[in-house]
Design a protein around this ligand. Sequence first.
Ligand code: NAD
Ligand code: GLY
Length: 361
Amino acid sequence: MTGGGLRVSSSTGSYPVRIGSGVLRDIGSSVAGCGVRSVAIITDTTVKGLYADEAVASLREAGVSVVVLEVPPGETAKSWSRAGELLQEMSGLALNRDDAVIALGGGVIGDLAGFCAAVYMRGIGVFQVPTTLLAQVDSSIGGKTGLDLPRGKNLVGSFWPPLGVLTDTGCLATLGPGEWRSGMAEVAKSAILDGVPSLEGLERDAAALGERAAGAVERAVVMAAGFKARVVSHDEREAGMREALNYGHTLGHAIERVAGYGAVAHGIAVAEGMRFAARLAERIGVGDPAWSVRQDHLLDSLGLTRTGCPYDAAALLSAMRSDKKVRAGEIRFVLSTGPGLWEARPIGDAELTATLSEWSA
Ligand code: NAD
Ligand code: GLY
């Protein structure tokens, strides 16, 4: 695939990330340019109604044969049984190893379709075509695929880098407010971890982002996708700096679990986790109160309001303890101590309980 934008290095070579409004219209030439002649688009019902026709028309115009496979929207689609059904359908279509899957949708579709591509005939190509803000700035880049098991999320999966990522920022116009906030928390996280220019740019654009002004949206997606591309290019397998991407997620995931999935928007929970991590850094003597306040200000200005964290500290601690990222029984936290400054370290239960009790008071 050709075109401007970013490149991501991976264990299987490198792949491009094309970002812009209208990218979907050219999907056919991007796919045909990789020598692919036949594809299965995997999408959900909502995204199919909005964007599948445009993708299909572009692919057919470029001489690519295409079939659309559809699943219901939502996290429940990331299941073993749904993946099995899709694999049966792919086999019924006689897709072969030169053919490819197109993941058209949010992070759920990216993970599910990516997983099916990774295991079908021991691996066929996948193009990620993300349509949510979260998928555009985070999940479509880096090659992680996954399914959920009853015991927890993303417990099955593989690394399967895409042939390319085609990101049409125009698709974000139809996104609901909860999904917008989920992605915006990842945008804020990226700017905070990336450093002064990205942070100042996002602070300047916060009001325009509230109105989803096209220029500001494109700048935010390019900034955050670019940050993620650099991180995973250096550390695909999460042996080092990719761990930084968990910033805000240790407490965030625990809040989602304790509150009951769906009760608190993912972005609000992650934002709460970032606010908390800044206080934790202060408490253990590496943080700076002025930085915590600046971060709060940014999150407020992006519509990522506080939950007040009205949850039992013991329940949160137990949820954090069951996270698959816990190592040797220790809960690891990513702490941010200023723009572009972060460290990951284990935090003891006593420290966590005390900070949690203070935070939710
Ligand atoms: P999602 O895929 O469920 O999409 C959210 C909702 O938005 C769905 O109902 C979908 O139909 C709808 N939608 C999608 N695009 C739309 C559009 N343009 N307009 C209107 N509606 C649209 O959720 P998500 O937040 O995109 O992704 C969450 C998933 O991503 C989780 O399963 C998470 O585990 C995964 N994830 C993966 C990675 C990774 O690196 N692989 C990283 C972060 C998150
Ligand atoms: N979203 C975390 C990661 O991709 O590693």
